[in-house]
Design a protein around this ligand. Structure first.
Ligand code: C2E
Ligand code: MG
Ligand code: MG
Length: 902
């Protein structure tokens, strides 16, 4: 606005001055209006001529002539200029002669030349031109007068006539001369007005243009100011302007207000340092510095602060840009965690760019491959990796990763030292905004160990760990394959089932370790007899199988069977022991004896049983008859499993008598199975089966509990307390929970340990190995006594007799049977009796059936005896009646042998 006012004022002033100048000119024109040079000269020439006419004075004539010359000069200048072609100098000279002001000459020439047709001008010139003839007439009069005066004084009449002519001419010229002057003045006034309005119009247009321009400039200035403000306010960073000298805030943008929770009004004027938690001392100018920006309610925001100095006019101003770095700090932390996780991860990790060039690897990868991270940078990720078959990694892997699927699989990775190892490689991609892979991440795990153990596991799953022969499942698989081939090629396949005769005795008598080594040797011998393509397997404790594929006839296997029998019957040397074994072999062949692997093995097994039943070290080819036996055995096994649950077991008790007095001093619990169809089955038939099925421990426990319950029942019935012997199988005796089980059974019936005698065979003791000592100590500590059952049939080690808890020795029936006639038996029996006596053991002879046996044993110092001579095993009630003479007798099968009279 001030500019507009100034401009208008200036314009008004110019116009006023112009107006003044014009008024001056008009006034001047007013004054000059009566007397132009020309009209003055015309008037002067008339006056001078009249004076001359009257006086005849030559001075008047000269005066006339002078004025007439002015008129002529003006006229000639006028006519020359109006003719259009004139010499300026000549014209100017003429005008000078007519006393025109020198400075005005160019203007006069210009006007006449260019504006002769302009209004007023044309009228003025017409008036001027109309006087030309009259003025010439004046000169004619002057000449006539001069001629008159030259000849003396002319007559008065002449003078009067000439004066009248002069007057007439003057009357004609004067109004025209006045008109001329007037028109010139009017023209000047008109011209002045035209010029004024022209100046006024131009000034007005200039002012309007200027105003428009000013408006535009102001608008653009305001626009850029708004843009700047917008930019300032919409900046993502907080921007603060600070007065450098006072440190106070001059301006803030909107972000600053929102971060600090204070309006711009509150912030302006406050000290800049008050915005932060940490002092800003020591901060270097121009350097970014971290700080904490105070927010609403004491909250803080991590920021980075950068300042620069500028001048607002002469005022030094510091501009601070405050950047929120919370996100960056968070990302840095996340990156640090990720980096640490990556470094600490057990798997090797490779990060590669979109071109699959390695950017970095972690420590685990260095350890895995031996390549330092630096050495791999810019190399291709898959440069040291191949597929397990040696081919390079196919493009399809990268295609599938690019398509968004992770790829994982096994590859062969080469280490820095050139060696290679199997690796599980898993590749995934990190994508950019458009979904294109930006980085590849590969995780690699050395699966060498895992593969090896997998192979080991696979081998273990298919092989017998002891002998290295294939196991049952694998043997069946081989069998099935061979049958398939045989079916196609019309051949025969033979399966041999080999069972070692009396291996159980060896195993029980020596030790498991020896038994194991024996099996290994047997396996070696079997293998040695086989040809390529034959398969040997071990499918049970001492049960081996052999597959002979691609035979023409089943009988073609006979040669190899014979070789096997010979080879297996040769003595085996294990440590210092020489062990002689024999084997029974059953043979079954495809297609005659079975259409599948399972049938062939079952039937070969049946054939083996038949071989074993008939004679040792024999071979039998399968016949359908054999199947019935096998079925019966299998049937028994199935039924045995259910016997416990169905409560089909019961105990009988065989008395043990003091040989000297015939008094019953003990009973031995003997197990019976009351089969629903087959009636009573003796332990000899089902116990080995129960052992094979792993049922024996549960059966033993049942016997123990039932025996304890029976003792308690007898006690309650008032039966005098006697020792009760229980047979313990090797399997249970060797079990860690054995002693616990026994004492729990006693406790549950509140029985003292002395009521029980545990019968353990030598072989069971052998099985326990080094633990035997400890177990016996524990039993001894508990007060439980042990009898060694079936002594003499096994290893017959003296060491066992000296073990704590061992208090009884039972001489096996096989020695008693031959007494007294068999000298060997007699000698052995006597030796055993002497030996046990010296060790302080009580001897019990088993299976005494005759008086002679009784006599011999009594004589030889045997203390107790057991046998049909005295009593068969009895039902519990029978035992009760036998021991309680007061109670009504039962029809006893007991035959008491009276003490021998000495
Ligand atoms: P063992 O412990 O030596 O038992 C003696 C066996 O000889 C019994 O056969 C008994 O009936 C039989 N016997 C007794 N006196 C004579 C006789 O004068 N002549 C003949 N020929 N035999 C006689 P049993 O009951 O058939 O038992 C056989 C074997 O079964 C037992 O031999 C024992 O080792 C085992 N046994 C029996 N009951 C159990 C049991 O509850 N648990 C365990 N683990 N084994 C048992
Ligand atoms: Mg016994
Ligand atoms: Mg016995």
């Amino acid at each position: 606005m001030p500019l507009v006012y100034g401009l208008v004022g200036m314009l008004v002033l110019i116009l006023a001055l112009t107006w003044g100048a014009l008024q001056l000119q008009v006034a001047l024109a007013g004054f000059l209006n009566g007397e132009s040079i020309w009209s003055k000269a015309q008037k002067q020439s008339v006056i001078a001529l009249e004076s001359y006419a009257i006086s005849g004075d030559p001075a008047d004539l000269a005066n006339y002539r002078e004025n007439y010359a002015v008129l002529m000069a003006d006229r000639s200048a006028r006519d020359q200029i109006l003719s259009g072609s004139y010499d300026y100098e000549e014209v100017a000279g003429a005008l000078r002669r007519s006393n025109t002001v020198t400075i005005a000459i160019p203007g006069v020439v210009f006007m006449l030349h260019h504006f002769s047709g302009a209004p007023y001008m044309r009228d003025a010139l017409d008036a001027w031109r109309s006087t030309d003839t009259s003025i010439q007439d004046l000169n004619t009069i002057a000449d006539a007068l001069a001629a008159g005066y030259a000849n003396g004084v002319p007559g008065q009449a002449e003078i009067t006539r000439q004066r009248a002519r002069i007057h007439a001419i003057n009357s004609y010229i004067e109004p025209r001369s006045t008109l001329f002057s007037r028109k010139i003045a009017d023209g000047a006034v008109w011209m002045g007005q035209v010029l004024f309005w022209g100046v006024f119009g131009a000034g007005l247009i200039a002012a309007l243009l200027w105003l428009d321009m000013a408006r535009r400039i102001l608008a653009s200035v305001r626009g850029s100011e708004e843009r700047y403000r917008l930019l300032f306010d919409s900046a993502a960073d907080a921007i603060v302007m600070i007065d450098e000298s006072s440190g106070r805030i001059l301006d803030v943008n909107r972000t600053t207000s929102s971060w600090t929770g204070r309006s711009a009004g509150e912030l302006v004027g406050d000290r800049f340092v008050h915005l932060f938690v940490q002092s800003m001392a020591g901060q270097q100018a121009g350097r970014a510095a971290s700080n904490l920006l105070l927010g609403e309610q004491g909250s803080t925001r991590p920021v980075e602060l950068q300042t620069s100095l500028a001048n607002w006019g002469s005022q030094p101003v510091r501009q601070a840009i405050i950047r929120d770095i919370s996100e960056r700090l968070k990302m840095e932390q996340e990156r640090r965690i990720a980096a640490e996780a990556l470094a600490g991860i057990a798997e090797g990790v490779i990060i590669a760019d979109a071109e699959r060039r390695v950017l970095s690897t972690n420590e685990a990868h260095v350890g895995l491959t031996g390549f330092s991270s630096q050495a791999l940078i810019s190399h291709h990720l898959d440069e040291h990796r191949r597929l397990p078959d040696g081919k390079p990694l196919p493009q399809s892997i990268w295609d599938s990763v690019a398509a968004g699927r992770n790829w994982s699989g096994e590859v062969l990775s080469t280490r820095n030292d050139g060696s290679s190892y199997p690796e599980h490689l898993s590749i995934s991609a990190i994508r950019d905004g458009e979904g294109q892979p930006q980085y590849y991440v590969a995780v690699c795990t050395d699966i060498h160990e895992a593969k090896a153990s997998q192979q080991r596991l696979e081998h273990m799953a298919r092989h017998d760990p002891l002998t290295g022969l294939v196991n049952r499942a694998e043997f069946e698989r081989h069998c099935s394959e061979a049958i398939a081939v045989a079916e196609r090629e019309r051949l025969a396949v033979v399966v041999l089932f080999i069972d070692l005769d009396a291996f159980k005795i060896v195993n029980d008598s020596y030790s498991h370790a020896i038994g194991d080594r024996l099996l290994v040797k047997v396996a070696e011998r079997i293998r040695r007899q086989l040809s390529d393509g034959d398969v040997a397997g071990r499918i049970g404790g001492d049960e081996f199988t052999v597959l002979i594929p691609r035979l023409i006839l089943r009988e073609d296997a006979r040669a190899i069977v014979n070789r096997l029998l010979v080879s297996l019957s040769e003595p085996l040397l294990i440590d210092d022991y020489e062990i002689v074994l024999s084997a029974s072999i059953g043979v079954a062949g495809y297609p005659l004896d079975g259409a599948n692997a399972a049938a062939l093995i079952t039937n070969a097994d049946a054939a083996m049983y038949a071989a074993k039943a008939e004679e040792r070290n024999a071979c039998r080819f399968y016949t359908p008859m054999m199947h019935a036996d096998t079925r019966r055995r299998l049937q028994l096994a199935t039924e045995l499993r259910q016997a416990l649950a169905r409560n089909e077991f019961h105990l009988v008790f065989q008395p043990s008598v003091e040989l000297r007095s015939g008094r019953i001093v003990a009973v031995e619990a003997l197990l019976r199975w009351q089969h629903p169809e087959r009636g009573e089955i003796l332990p000899g038939e089902f116990i080995p089966v129960a052992e094979g099925l792993g049922l024996i421990r549960r059966i033993d426990e049942w016997v123990m509990q039932t025996t304890c319950a029976q003792i308690q029942a007898w006690d309650l019935a008032g039966v005098p307390p006697i020792r009760v012997a229980v047979n313990i199988s090797a399997r249970w005796f060797g079990h860690p929970a054995f002693v616990d089980g026994v004492s729990r059974a006693l406790q549950s019936r509140q029985l003292s340990a002395s009521r029980l005698l545990l019968e353990i065979t030598e072989s069971a003791m052998l099985r326990l190995g080094d633990d035997i000592e400890r177990t016996m100590q524990t039993l001894h500590a508990l007060g439980i006594e042990v009898a060694i059952d079936d002594f003499g049939t096994g290893y017959s080690s003296m060491a066992y007799l000296k073990l704590p808890a061992v208090a009884y020795l039972k001489i096996d029936r096989s020695f008693v049977t031959g007494l007294p006639g068999d000298a060997n038996d007699a000698a052995i029996t006597e030796a055993m009796l002497v030996m046990s006596k010296s060790l302080g053991l009580v001897t019990i002879a088993e299976g005494i059936e005759t008086e002679a046996q009784h006599d011999f044993l009594l004589r030889s110092g045997c203390v107790e005896g057991q046998g049909y001579l005295y009593s068969r095993p009895l039902q519990p009630d029978e035992v009760r009646y036998l021991l309680c003479p007061n109670q009504p007798p039962v029809p006893a099968r007991l035959k008491l042998v009276p003490p021998k009279r000495s």
